[in-house]
Design a protein around this ligand. Sequence first.
Ligand SMILES: [Zn+2]
Length: 319
Amino acid sequence: MLIAVAVALCAPPALARDKIPLPKPRPAEAPAPDDERAADKPESDAPPQAEAAKPPPSPESKPPSACRLALTDAIAVAPSIPDITGPGSCGGPDLVRLEAIVLPDGSRVAVTPAATLRCQMASALAAWVRTDIAPLAASFDQRLAALDNFDSYDCRGRNRVFGAKLSEHGRANALDLRGLKLANGRMLSLTDRATPRAVRESVLQSVCARFSTVLGPGSDGYHEDHIHLDLAERRGGYKICQWEVWEPLPAIAPLLPAARPAEAPPREVADQPADREQERAAPQQGDPEQAEQREAEQAPAPPPAKQATKKRRRTDQRL
Ligand SMILES: [Zn+2]
């Protein structure tokens, strides 16, 4: 009976072996087919699976981060992309391509072009847009349509200076933002004085509350046409918030200081040639004190107000 079962179980493999050449015929003392199957599996099936999981470190091969789990389709269109390693210290793990932010009403704010960012940075941007910026647009009856992305991941030194310390852009931890595009097509440039100052002030306050570095006009000369945002980690949680919101350009006043009138006296009173001193003194027969007073009266007015009022704001003072 046992032999019959063994023969019956062995028969199909034996038939198969007739067609497929094998190195050796199965010896008589070979284990039963069931045992053989169990013994073969770990050797034949398991190793290829393990090898397949090892070499290419794809996002699917690692358990998703807490950030990745939290950044759902309801919050952002941000598919995971493979880790970037190098050159140098560039790159990082847990990266996404942030294509759009999904507002609570389901509408989308596109990120144009899509930004390559660490999940944490993408998540911070999504929270900022959903909580602060979309409502800001709604406050003047507009809907936010897009963020104007100037730069995201970029393996480079700070301010594109060769040899400088690695920029947070090189760690996919930064976004350069030029403006906010509204659904009516209007672009609110964040560094343009023509953009309502209240809007720029609101954006300033919100980004400085959420990001650890904010650099804009007036910060270092490299950020006159965009706002740099990143999540750099510093000792003690120190933040940098340097963005001077310039005054709007005057609507009526001339754009440049008026040219100095030809009759405006120079300030270098001490260098006055003697003949000019005499000219001045002649009409009133020069009392030195009166002459000095006249000089003071004719002195040029204080320089015109600067075109922009610098108001440096820091997060720790305002928020
Ligand atoms: Zn930047």
